[in-house]
Design a protein around this ligand. Structure first.
Ligand code: OAD
Length: 238
């Protein structure tokens, strides 16, 4: 195995599946029988903010209880024992990468434990309920907090930084994402175009499959720790 210097790890809901969290496109998916347009769009929030807050407050309770699994912990090990710049770009709004003590994490779709004030941009970090009566603790305006979740119709977060990472990485790992939602679905193309070796870890082959050099099929909680151990072993052979 090559020695890599700049690694980007893209994660999706599949990495959290073994922590007991539903993925988006599974039958009991993360939107939990709510209509996407009601709970995950700019228009839905404008129409009924209280309903949207309630939905995320409930999801927050569930995500707060979840624990990281062996796939998250494998990333921790890689970041500790492999001498490269390793970034985690996640589509997940849960905080399992943080709980596993991963570093350099970019939540491009936002975070369940944050709300943003639409008046002043302040980010409130809390696992407590947030609603239409919450007051921003920076500008003191009431009723302007929005879950810091990127809704359909909004720009992704940290994209300037992520684009730099993608164009300079030499290894790109995609873990547990269906590759359906853009722009994250195109990250593999960018990384490959700029010369990275690309791996996909998934239970199945995704529609993006032609952009990956290697597919590692199976649950990430098993396949990723084995892959990380091989990467670390390869250091002593070089
Ligand atoms: P999906 O639900 O679309 O896909 C989850 C992927 O994980 C599927 O390809 C599964 O095969 C795979 N998977 C499931 N369990 C796995 C396991 N144990 N090990 C490895 N792979 C496993 O979730 P995402 O791709 O994350 O965006 O969805 C992308 C975005 O769609 C989400 O971030 C969300 C949604 O729109 C927003 O909310 C903005």
């Amino acid at each position: 195995m090559n020695i890599y210097k700049n690694i980007v790890i893209l994660t999706g809901a599949g990495i959290s599946a073994e922590s007991g969290l539903a993925t988006f496109r599974s039958s009991n998916g993360l939107w939990n029988n709510h209509k996407v347009e009601d709970v995950a769009t700019v228009e839905g929030f404008a129409k009924n903010p209280a309903y949207v807050h309630d939905f995320y407050n409930e999801l927050k309770l569930e995500l707060a209880k979840a624990k990281p699994n062996n796939a998250h912990l494998a990333i921790t090990k890689l970041q500790k024992e492999y001498p490269a710049n390793i970034s985690v770009v996640t589509q997940n709004v849960d905080t399992l990468h943080e709980k596993a003590k991963n570093k350099n994490i970019f939540h491009i779709h936002g975070q369940i434990n944050q709300a943003v004030c639409l008046n002043c941009g302040h980010i409130l970090e809390t696992f407590d309920d947030v609603g239409i009566f919450t007051t921003c603790n920076k500008c003191n305006t009431q009723g302007m907090m929005k879950p810091n979740i990127v809704f359909f119709g909004e720009n992704l977060l940290y994209m300037d930084k992520v684009e730099k990472l993608l164009t300079t990485c030499d290894l790109f790992l995609s873990i547990g994402t269906s590759g359906i939602v853009f722009p994250a679905a195109s990250f593999v193309q960018t990384a490959k175009y700029y010369g990275a070796k690309t791996y996909e870890f998934n239970l199945e082959t995704t529609s993006n499959n032609c952009y990956f050099d290697e597919h590692i099929k199976g649950p990430a909680g098993t396949t990723l720790p084995a892959f990380v151990d091989n990467m670390i072993k390869s250091l002593s052979k070089n």
